[in-house]
Design a protein around this ligand. Sequence first.
Ligand code: PGA
Length: 249
Amino acid sequence: MRRKIIAGNWKMNLTPAEAVSFANGIKNKINTDTADVVLCVPAVSLAPVLEAVAGTHIAVGAQNMHFEDSGAYTGEISAKMLASLGVRYVVIGHSERREYFAETDEGVNKKALKALAEGLVPIICCGETLTQREQGITIDFVRQQVRIAFLEISAADAAKCVVAYEPIWAIGTGKTATAQQAEEVCAAVRQVLAEIYSADTAASIRVQYGGSVNGGNAAELFNMPNIDGGLVGGASLKPEFEQIVKYNG
Ligand code: PGA
């Protein structure tokens, strides 16, 4: 039985002081008994939010990392730096990074390999554009993203990864995929993972849905057989996040 995992992606929001105040406000209301809960916060807020949630079961994640250990990469942060702070997760290949910062499937793969080597859990993002959905190539496209992301990752490491299926047309638009649409692609992600590894490995990898998840739609989405929780943007910065985490009531 896979444990659900619900991650808030705060994106480029809140100053460190605001982040601490928000984390302090929700930390005792978040129920971590039934799901793993992760707050993916801006880099400057990682240390203060880690301190704010210390003593709870809420984990902290970064929103990006570099695939090298160190070197002349101005402005970048390595997986080792994140791990040394106590960060446990890292979002990799979010569609906003692919679109605005030219991230590629190959780069996503390098980052995932490095994250795993440093003991971080990568949350590997994939998902189609509206045009691709209309062209009927969603499944083929997402399968290819997943295949490349997992190149050279061992089965043991793959089992630790989280995949976030996020249709780009549903991100920040208020247009959620229906539970059936989301389930169809999450099942296809699991199928490709079973082809790369084995049914057993695929069954242990958690696949999230992301894209306008809110307190009203979380239960229907997260109760689908192949959806193991969500990557939540806008609603993760609202008190509603608490409801999303306890989606079944
Ligand atoms: P959204 O963002 O929930 O605001 O649609 C999701 C994401 O980008 O991870």
